[in-house]
Design a protein around this ligand. Structure first.
Ligand code: ZN
Length: 217
C-alpha cells in the first residue's frame, strides 16, 4: 500500500499506473464505475448527457471530506457553447459519492469517451517547502511553477491565465484545490495545452461541494 501523508501542501503527481502492483488511485477516461444511468449527469445548459473524464478515489493521497470517490463529467455536446469551462454553469460536474462501487452500469451514449487509463502516483512533493525556498533562497518562482505543471492531486494550482480559485458561496473563503489536470496523460478536449482544476468547498458538506473549471492552452 502506498504510504501517503495528508497535508494540504503535499501534492502527488499522477501518472499512468505501470503494473498491477501499483496503487491505483483512479482512472482517466473510459466508462465510469459505479454510476447508474439515473445518476449520469446531464448538462444543465443543453440537457445532453455529459462525457466522463475521470474518477479519483479518496485515500491518504486525497481528502474528499468523507466522500469515497469523485467522478468528473463535462459537456462536449455543443462544441463549447455551453461554457463547459465555467464552474457554475452546470456544463461540467464533480459527482461525489459516499461509497465506492466498482461495478459497471449502462450509461447513455455520449459525444466522446476518452480511452481508460489507470492512474498511479509519484511520491509526495512538499509544495510549502518549495515556496519557502523561493522566498528564502531566491529560487525562481517560474521554475518551481513549471515543475508543478503536471497532473496532480492537491497542492496549489499552477494557473495558465491567472488565479480563478472559486470562492465558497457561504462567503467564508476560497475553495481548496484537489486535482489539477493537463492534456498530457489523456488528450482531454480542453484545448491542447489547456488545464483543468477541481476544487472542493471546505464549508459545504453536501454533494454539491465540488467545482471544476478549465483554462485554455
Ligand atoms: Zn451542454
Amino acid at each position: 500500500m502506498y504510504e501517503a501523508k495528508a497535508s494540504p501542501w503535499f501534492s502527488y503527481r499522477l501518472r499512468r499506473a505501470d503494473s498491477e502492483a501499483d496503487t491505483i488511485v483512479g482512472a482517466y477516461g473510459g466508462h465510469p464505475r459505479g454510476i447508474r444511468s439515473h445518476q449520469w449527469p446531464r448538462c444543465q445548459v443543453c440537457g445532453a448527457a455529459m462525457c466522463h473524464m475521470a474518477q479519483i478515489d479518496a485515500g491518504g493521497w486525497l481528502d474528499l471530506h468523507g466522500f469515497a470517490r469523485m467522478s468528473l463529467f463535462i459537456c462536449h455536446a455543443t462544441g463549447g457553447r455551453c461554457e463547459d469551462w465555467d464552474p457554475w454553469k452546470g456544463a461540467n460536474r464533480v459527482l461525489l459519492q459516499r461509497t465506492r462501487d466498482d461495478n459497471l452500469y449502462d450509461g447513455p451514449p455520449t459525444v466522446r469517451v476518452y480511452r481508460r487509463v489507470q492512474l498511479g502516483l509519484e511520491p509526495a512533493i512538499d509544495e510549502a517547502k518549495l515556496m519557502k525556498e523561493v522566498k528564502e533562497r531566491g529560487m525562481s518562482m517560474r521554475r518551481v511553477l513549471d515543475a508543478l505543471r503536471h497532473d496532480k492531486l492537491g497542492g496549489g494550482a499552477v494557473w495558465l491565465h491567472g488565479d480563478d480559485t472559486p470562492l465558497s458561496p457561504t462567503g467564508r473563503g476560497p475553495m481548496r484545490m484537489i486535482l489539477q489536470m493537463t492534456t498530457d496523460v489523456v488528450t482531454f478536449d480542453i484545448t491542447r495545452g489547456g488545464m483543468a482544476y477541481v476544487f472542493l468547498d471546505p464549508y459545504d458538506p453536501t454533494e454539491e461541494a465540488g467545482r471544476l473549471l478549465w483554462q485554455g492552452g
